[in-house]
Write a protein that binds this ligand. Structure first.
Ligand SMILES: Nc1ncnc2c1ncn2[C@@H]1O[C@H](COP(=O)(O)OP(=O)(O)OP(=O)(O)O)[C@@H](O)[C@H]1O
Ligand SMILES: [Mg+2]
Length: 328
């Protein structure tokens, strides 16, 4: 196992057991994260991004469950931790800025008490003064005035609320921060400011970040590597340059092609067809019904997720013969 990886996800399966059937939300996910790196996680709505984030945080609740695989944090499989151990890990080692975080703030609690609340659970043995110091650090890190600590969520603008959520997430200086669409409810200017704040904090703390989002334009500016999910599976993981300039998976290619060339905001659009139901996946490659390059094996055989170019991992039959060692 490589020492430089802070997080290693191996063959992770996460499923939701619903009345309509099993939802295969994460299928054989493989992903590694280096200490201090910024990884973007993209994919259409329902592709399983939040599920993966929740799994990493030990927060998959019934009707969901981890059905297989490992999640190694610093080499330790966190899927094996008990509830108390998971709670201790959360916030301190890995923390999340949840999707729709702004709305998750407690409306009847001052901002600083919400920061303290997230820390108090951890029984770090901090005194009152040290707690105050932590609040000061967290607010300063997200560029909120100290007085904001005494305010209630309704007194804050959208951008300030989002910063307050980030302050809660980073108060204990975790090694891994997962930000689930941290800017989707904000206007473009505020989005950029919040992204810059996350980036600065991430650099100062040396934390690794998994940034979940739809906006490829923001991703292009923020990340070192890009992971593309489709229908609960990892389609491609590549360094930013590879993903944007030489995408290999036809789905990634279509995502990149659909970007407005000079537009500031690069939302997904213009990809024909719909995502398959995760409880009724097609045989073979899950993307084959929408894939313009589908051929022979695609309808029957699920492609393996392989490193077809250096550091560029792709699940696609187009390349499977390519990577076999040449025999002559
Ligand atoms: N609690 C749940 N019970 C049943 N199914 C669920 C539950 N949570 C998620 N799912 C299903 O799992 C699949 C993946 O959902 P998930 O929220 O991980 O997608 P996502 O990529 O984060 O989407 P979005 O971009 O809309 O946030 C979807 O089909 C969703 O309906
Ligand atoms: Mg989501």
């Amino acid at each position: 196992m490589s020492r430089e990886h802070i997080l290693q996800i191996k063959n992770l399966d996460v499923q939701y057991y619903t009345d309509a059937g099993i939802v295969y939300a994460n299928n054989k996910i493989n992903l590694e994260l280096k200490a201090g790196e910024r990884l973007g996680l993209v994919g259409e709505s329902g592709s399983g991004k939040s599920t993966l984030a929740l799994a990493i945080l030990g927060m998959i609740k019934p009707p969901g469950g981890i059905a297989g695989g490992e999640i190694l944090l610093d080499g330790r499989d966190i899927t094996k931790l008990d509830e108390e151990e998971t709670r201790q890990m959360r916030g301190r080692e890995i923390s999340m800025i949840p999707q729709g975080a702004m709305n998750s703030l407690n409306p009847v609690m001052r901002v600083k008490d919400q920061i303290i609340d997230s820390v108090i659970d951890h029984e770090l043995g901090l005194g009152k003064e040290e707690m105050e110091e932590m609040v000061r650090y967290a607010l300063e890190a997200v560029e909120l005035d100290r007085t904001v600590g005494n305010m209630y969520p309704h007194e804050l603008s959208g951008g300030m609320k989002q910063r307050a959520c980030i302050a809660i997430a980073i108060a204990m200086k975790p090694k891994v921060i997962i930000a689930d669409e941290p800017t989707s409810a904000l206007d473009v200017v505020t989005q950029r400011q919040v992204m810059q704040t996350i980036r600065r904090i991430q650099e100062e703390m040396g934390a690794a970040v998994i940034m979940i989002g739809h906006d490829m334009g923001l991703m292009a500016q923020f990340v070192d590597r890009l992971a593309v999910m489709y229908a609960g599976q990892m389609a491609e993981v590549a360094p930013k340059e590879g993903a944007f300039r030489a995408p290999m998976h036809p789905y990634t290619q279509m995502l990149i092609e659909s970007l407005p060339k000079l537009g500031a905001k690069g939302e997904f659009h213009g990809i024909p067809g719909i995502t398959p139901l995760l409880r009724d996946l097609p045989p073979g490659c899950v993307f084959n019904p929408r894939c313009p390059q589908s051929f022979g094996p695609c309808k029957e055989v699920m492609p393996k997720f392989l490193e077809h170019r250096p550091n560029q991992w792709v699940a696609c039959h187009l390349y499977e013969n390519e990577s076999e060692p040449a025999r002559s």
